[in-house]
Ligand binder design. Structure first.
Ligand code: HEC
Length: 508
């Protein structure tokens, strides 16, 4: 039952392993497996496999060019601005190592070859409370196909969604998914008007003004977890509304996507809301209207007040523009303090996503939430859908424009700054921990715990589950926990190799 967390980034390990000329066996192979294979495998969204040395050699020159131009792995948020969970971004050193490896003729090197990753299929959430499947749909287009499916729910009391996972049956064609719930009948009426399963949509989100965004998925995204005591409200009788973007060239291929939920079981629940504080009309928009005349590049800005009464803890952010949007930067300001939220310097409608912060971000009450965006409605913009360009204004169609940002947040509580949201650590953490042989026992514990480790332990820290640090111990291997009241805690083991997190249950 125990889950093991670690904050050690695989990236750090990889950088250090490139002291000599890069070879497949001394680091490149592991780098490709870590950064590319979760999309580039049999049945994945990537157009070819990167699951072996031979695969990588066959595509060596395009691997080099598309990592150098940062097209791959796709990651649009500027890492020098803010960091998020699951950042699919290579460091400059890693890009250079790949190039050097390709230039040197893709050497295999000596020693043992890395083992390709096992691509997991099926549900990964450890406790599934609800699973819903979209009806089987066969794509009818050779171009992008946006389809929205409406599925009734059957729960009989208000639920709070704590974790969401999406499992397309045909991951090779699903480009991204946006999930709402709609308590009104608007979405189901649209569905009944369209003869096929679901209804045709245009990638711009739910039509119902009552719909609430509850999740987003892009290939390679893992389970979206909130801390145990947080959840999105899912009222009784509401419909799940799932817009799926099927990639071009998926004609005649079928999919049916599962969406799995885990509900929050602890009380009291901290309710997480996904709202849209920034939208493209005055008074939030600082210009009279979002209109971009043909053959112009225009800047727009937005500002709104965060909350007059409460400090907020932000979980994640979802910026949204359409095809001629080029950049979007969002931040909060209070007095002289600026809190950076996200910067997307090279917007791409095809790689939009929900970005979850690694830790909760505090936005004090009466802050301004502000944004700047650029739109390029010239022929220089490769994504411009019209040649010659035509005047574009705000609207729902893909060829119209938008400038909106959703923010997922909860009311701030003391200690939120320490709450770690990064749960990609759940899976990578287990393996890392095994390698480093850190064992914490007994767990559950009532009296004393011992930490055994093959590397020197610098300190041990115990946190409450809300992130509050309760004690730090230096240079010890055993802790007396008999004085700590019973309950679930997080223990952090700090060693020269990094940080390891594990849940610790204290019982009587
Ligand atoms: C999140 C999923 C994902 C990840 C991670 C990913 N790719 Fe891709 N890759 C794609 C998709 C989808 C395409 C085809 C569409 C496109 O080019 O945007 C693609 C296309 C490519 C292409 C062909 C581009 C072209 O236009 O010819 C190369 C080369 C490539 N990927 C290499 C890599 C390498 C190397 C990595 C890791 C460093 C990687 N990819 C990581 C999804 C991914």
């Amino acid at each position: 039952m125990k889950r093991i967390f670690t904050l050690v980034s695989l990236l750090l390990i990889q950088i250090s392993s490139f002291a000599q000329a890069p070879t497949w066996n001394n680091g490149i192979g592991q780098l490709i497996y870590n950064s590319c294979s979760n999309c580039h495998h049999d049945g994945g969204i990537g157009p070819f496999e990167l699951m072996s040395y031979t695969d990588a050699v066959s595509y060596a020159s395009s691997i080099k060019s598309h990592t150098v131009d940062r097209h791959m792995p796709p990651w649009k948020a500027d890492p020098s601005y803010t960091h998020f969970i699951g950042e699919r971004r290579l460091t400059d050193e890693q890009v250079n190592s790949i190039s050097a490896w390709v230039d040197a003729g893709t050497p295999l090197g000596t020693g043992v070859s890395p083992v390709p990753p096992t691509i997991k299929n099926g549900a990964q959430i450890n406790r599934l409370d609800q699973t819903t499947q979209s009806p089987k749909y066969t794509v009818q287009k050779t171009t992008d196909d946006y389809r929205t499916f409406v599925m009734p729910t059957s729960h009989t009391s208000l639920k709070y969604i704590n974790a969401v996972e999406f499992i397309p049956s045909n991951a090779a064609i699903v480009h991204h998914i946006i999930l709402y719930h709609d308590p009104s009948t608007v979405s189901r009426n649209l569905d009944s008007l369209d003869p096929g399963p679901g209804y045709a949509s245009n990638g711009t989100g739910a039509e119902s003004s009552n719909a609430k965004l509850i999740g987003l998925w892009t290939p390679g995204a893992g389970i979206f977890y909130l801390p145990d005591n947080m959840g999105y409200e899912l009222p009784v009788g509401t419909d799940l509304v799932m817009e799926i973007h099927y990639a071009p060239n998926s004609n005649a291929k079928s999919d049916s996507t599962f969406v799995n939920f885990k509900y929050t079981s602890s009380t009291p629940v901290r309710v997480v809301k996904m709202e849209m504080p920034l939208y493209h009309y005055p008074p939030v928009l600082q210009q009279a209207s979002l209109v971009i005349p043909a053959n112009t590049v225009m800047n727009f800005s937005q500002r709104t007040i965060s909350s007059n009464v409460t400090d907020l803890s932000v979980v994640g952010i979802f910026p949204h523009m359409h095809l001629i949007g080029r950049s979007y930067t969002i931040f909060a300001k209070k007095g002289v303090d600026t809190t950076k939220l996200i910067s997307i310097p090279d917007w791409d409608f095809h790689w939009q996503g929900f970005y979850t912060f690694q830790k909760l971000i505090k936005i004090p009450k009466q802050s301004l939430i502000m944004a700047n965006a650029t739109y390029d409605n010239t022929t220089n913009n490769p994504h411009n859908p019209s040649t010659p360009p035509i005047t574009v204004s705000a609207g729902e169609n893909t060829k119209d424009e938008m400038m909106v940002t959703f923010i997922a947040y909860t009311t701030y509580q003391a200690g939120d700054e320490n709450l770690i949201l990064d749960s990609t650590l759940v899976t990578s953490g287990v393996e890392e921990n095994r390698k480093s042989k850190i064992v914490i026992y007994p767990n559950p514990a009532d009296d004393k715990i011992t930490v055994s480790s093959d590397v020197e332990i610098k300190s041990l820290k115990i946190y409450e589950m809300n992130g509050r640090l309760i004690s730090t111990y230096y240079n010890v291997e055993s802790i007396d926990v008999s004085m700590i009241s019973r309950g679930m805690y997080m223990i952090e083991v700090v060693t020269a190799k990094g940080h390891y997190f594990e849940k610790l249950l204290i019982c009587e």
